[in-house]
Design a protein around this ligand. Structure first.
Ligand code: CMP
Length: 247
């Protein structure tokens, strides 16, 4: 896929025309990184916004006790690094590749010019920020009230894409990453995952997972007012849909 088409899939840039996207891409840099490499660390100065053309990254915090708290996984069509672009503060979190990843690197000046020329992009960026705040709110609520099993189910649903009536996670995250998303040990998360597989709620496929969690009606997400017609929507789908609402 060429870079302009890849950029078009990113909700914040989806209102730009073909020529605008091509001109924009000409001003960006491409960075390809192997898996398990840090893109940047929490506290670094932030000079660029990153769009994922291919691959997958985790956004995380490192605790003083040596643990990681995974805030989000981002894959193709996702972006990160916008906070430092907006407030000029250091990076709020670290980002590491989980697969070989190709990134489009957008400098602060290019991004700011784009925002000034295209109010739509700015509005979609704000919509993306509200999606992230909502996600954080849900996570804090889940940490305070839900057991590990519910938190694992909610995390899996957050990663899933709903297509043809089926919830799928196209690229399977490791138990360690899921554990770091839900604030549980890898052992406990592995135990919950094995129970979910045994109960037929999660089917592990060659590349990803298929989820059958909805009928259980046991996750926080199933009853939320943000749910779409299908009952639920993933982090990615919700932020995309929200952006598409912006006119
Ligand atoms: P920035 O602070 O520039 O660098 C770290 C990036 O991680 C940040 O911008 C966001 O893009 C992303 N990020 C930080 N916190 C969260 C969160 N709670 N959920 C999703 N992404 C986040």
């Amino acid at each position: 896929m060429d870079l302009a088409s890849a950029l078009r899939q990113v909700p914040i840039f989806s209102s730009l025309g073909v020529d605008e996207l091509a001109a924009f891409v000409d001003r960006c840099r491409v960075r390809t990184m192997p898996r398990n490499v840090l893109v940047f660390c929490q506290g670094d100065p932030g000079e660029a916004l990153y769009v994922i053309v291919e691959g997958m990254v985790k956004v995380f915090l490192s605790t003083s006790g040596g643990r990681e708290v995974v805030l989000a996984l981002e894959r193709r069509g996702g972006y990160f690094g916008e906070l430092s672009m907006i407030d000029r503060m250091p990076r709020s979190a670290s980002v590491m590749t989980l697969r070989r990843t190709r990134l489009l690197v957008i400098s602060r000046s290019t991004f700011r010019e784009c925002l000034a020329a295209h109010p739509d992009v700015a509005y979609r960026l704000i919509t993306g920020l509200s999606a992230r705040v909502r996600m954080l709110t849900e996570n804090v609520g889940a940490l305070a009230t839900d057991d590990v099993r519910k938190r694992v189910e909610a995390a899996l649903l957050r990663l899933a894409i709903h297509r043809d009536g089926v919830w799928r996670i196209p690229e399977r995250p490791s138990h360690q990453v899921i554990a770091d998303m839900v604030g549980a040990s890898r052992e406990m998360t592995g135990k919950v995952m094995r129970e979910l597989v045994r109960a037929g709620r999660v089917c592990v496929t060659a590349r990803g997972m298929t989820l059958h969690l909805r009928s259980a009606g046991s996750t926080r997400r199933s009853g939320t007012s943000t749910a779409g017609r299908d009952g639920r929507s993933s982090q990615w789908e919700r932020s995309r849909r929200n952006s598409e609402r912006v006119r």
